[in-house]
Structure formats: structure tokens, C-alpha cells
Design a protein around this ligand. Structure first.
Ligand code: ZN
Length: 253
């Protein structure tokens, strides 16, 4: 997840719901809702009567979830959000997820053990640590996939020289770069192809290459320009053993 993404935190329990916007480390209340759900009466009365009452309460709670889910969808439509986190008691997840609009459900990033009555600061802290955990596991998964492909000689390459070659040939599906990794390099003013420092002449057109301060930055732009994805990995990671840059390829080299 990118740190510039706007998130909704949707907190819900059996009678309340709150929506917060989370953006750039700040939390703002967007909306709240309270439903007058009748309390379950314990014991007393006829068994049949008690059951009828319980069904009545359950229906009211279900209705409350449905209304809250609809409001979540409305908030999504109104604002440019990238995702949301659901905060509710653990035993309610199974009741709330099914009533979410599919558009909203697809954008669910994770679940928090939180209630609408929790303090906004506490919720913000939880969301930030959830985002961090998601990011770490996403990065680890990507590096694992890369290592697997490299080991079996599959659809991947590593190191600056090989990554640039793959990029020049339009083979890169995902360029994977250590955050803040930079290196000087060369580029061909005619072909716009990128090379490492040693390449004085463009192998493709024989023209003299020009120096670029940071060929990694150029590579990132080139990858994005060709519909490739770019993923940054926070160091330290195994990626540094592969030369701080690598690529998952569309085809096997
Ligand atoms: Zn050239």
C-alpha cells in the first residue's frame, strides 16, 4: 500500500457505526450512525415468546449492518478512496462482510479488533501498524516469488545490467527496486535505450551513448511507461543480494 493512499476506517458493532478518513497520518471523522436496536431480554417469559423476541432483535441488528454497509458504499462513491479497513469485534466479521457491496468488499485491506467507541488516536495507530504489516508481507511475497524464479531459471532476471537489458527488450512485467537505490549509467539518445556505465556505444545503433546521473530512476520511468509495474522494497532485504534491482519477466529469457 502506498503511503499516499486515502483509506476509510469503517467501525461497526451491533448498534453503532463510524467512518473515519485516514490520510497522510491523520484521522478525521466522516460520519456516524446509531440504530435503536432493542435489547435482548434474558430469561423469563414463555420460551416461544423469548425466541420470537430474539429473532426480532437479530433482524434489527442485521438491518443495522445493511444500512451501515450501504453508507460505506455511498462514502466510497463520494470520495476518492483506495481502500478501507473494517473494525469490529471478531465474531461479527462473518455477519458484516456478506452485506458489503461487492465494490466495497474488493477494497477491504484488513480487519482491526476495534469498536466505534474507541478513540480516534487508538484507531489511527492500529491502522498504521496494519498497513505496515500488509506492506511487509506483500514485499516478502514478491521477493520469494523472485527468488523462486531466479533459482529455477524461470521468468526473472537480476542485477542492473540484466534488468536494463530486459527493460530495453520490453520483457519486464514487474521491476523490483530497493528503495533509494541509485546508480549512474548511459542511454542512447536515438533509441532511448538504457545501459550501465561501461556501454560507450549503443549496441543497437552504434551511436555514442550519453551519461545519465541515475539510470535506476530512468529505468523506473521506462518500466511504468511500458505498462510494467514497479515495486519498491524497503531495505534491508534479500534484494540487495541480487544487486538491489531485479525484474519479473513476461517471457522466459
Ligand atoms: Zn541506439
Amino acid at each position: 500500500m502506498d503511503e499516499f493512499h486515502k483509506l476509510i476506517a469503517f467501525l461497526v458493532d451491533r448498534r453503532e457505526a463510524k467512518w473515519y478518513e485516514i490520510f497522510m497520518g491523520e484521522i478525521t471523522l466522516l460520519d456516524e450512525m446509531k440504530t435503536d436496536v432493542p435489547k435482548k431480554v434474558k430469561g423469563g417469559g414463555e420460551r416461544e415468546e423469548a425466541r420470537r423476541m430474539e429473532r426480532h432483535v437479530d433482524a434489527a441488528v442485521h438491518d443495522h449492518y445493511k444500512k451501515a454497509a450501504q453508507k460505506t458504499f455511498d462514502i466510497f462513491k463520494k470520495n476518492g478512496f483506495h481502500g478501507f479497513v473494517l473494525g469490529c469485534p471478531e465474531n461479527l466479521v462473518g455477519e458484516i462482510e456478506p452485506v458489503l457491496h461487492p465494490y466495497v468488499r474488493e477494497r477491504l485491506k484488513g480487519w482491526l479488533r476495534a469498536k466505534p467507541s474507541d478513540s480516534p488516536d487508538g484507531i489511527l495507530k492500529e491502522v498504521i501498524s496494519l498497513e505496515r504489516a500488509l506492506k511487509t508481507s506483500e514485499e516478502e511475497g514478491l521477493i520469494k516469488k523472485l527468488a523462486g524464479e531466479l533459482e529455477k531459471g524461470g521468468r526473472a532476471c537480476s542485477g542492473l545490467k540484466e534488468s536494463l537489458r530486459a527493460l530495453n527488450q520490453g520483457e519486464v512485467q514487474t521491476l523490483i527496486v530497493s528503495r533509494h537505490f541509485a546508480a549512474p549509467g548511459k542511454y542512447c539518445p536515438r533509441c532511448r535505450l538504457l545501459y550501465t556505465e561501461g556501454e560507450l556505444k549503443c549496441p543497437s545503433c552504434e551511436r555514442k551513448t550519453s551519461a545519465v546521473m541515475d539510470v535506476v530512476d530512468e529505468a523506473i520511468e521506462a518500466a511504468m511507461g511500458r505498462d510494467g509495474a514497479v515495486k519498491h522494497i524497503t531495505p534491508p532485504s534479500k534484494l540487495e543480494h541480487y544487486g538491489s534491482i531485479a525484474a519479473l519477466l513476461r517471457y522466459k529469457p
